[in-house]
Design a protein around this ligand. Sequence first.
Ligand SMILES: [Zn+2]
Length: 216
Amino acid sequence: MNDNRNTDNHHTDDSELASPQRYERRDVYHEATTERLAAHTRDILSLIGEDPEREGLLKTPERVAKAQQFLTHGYQLDPEAILRSALFEEDYAQMIVVKDIEVYSMCEHHMLPFFGKAHVAYIPNGRIVGLSKIPRVVDVFARRLQVQERLTIQIRDAVERVLQPQGVAVVIEAQHLCMMMRGAEKQNSLTTTSAMSGEFLNNIHTRAEFMRHVGR
Ligand SMILES: [Zn+2]
């Protein structure tokens, strides 16, 4: 059932999926996984009272199968390898802040999206990392089933382990569709989580400087 006229340009490559050490993302769909996810999605459509055979839904199971693989592709990627791929020795010892990183993840309780912004800071201790790698690490952890609290800690710990800096700080602000769409109480609530280490924990001025940077 391959349709190469698809507008999205997807390839299947089993060897890539077999390796958890990749740090370059490609749009990879496992054909057998796609077929099984599509079959389950057809069942779900029937179970919620839809007709999977009606025209508008005919290709939906395959689209959902590919979307789900894309939204969880972080399992295939190694965030610490991403950081290690761009390390530089440098004497710079001031706070480095990467803020307003877009986060799109899915809560593990409902498999519904949560999304918002992440702010990451660290104080180097002899080495720095290419700035584009920080958002990539956020994305790798976000593209898995998550809770916001664990996502925050995993980002901090990956930066901590690879860079061994004087401190790391991560703040995530996100809205959860599982709260917003089900029930009317918390439609506009923003959930904020933070995880810190080293100087950000020990030095109130350092922490305050970071909070000023991210506007909190
Ligand atoms: Zn949820």
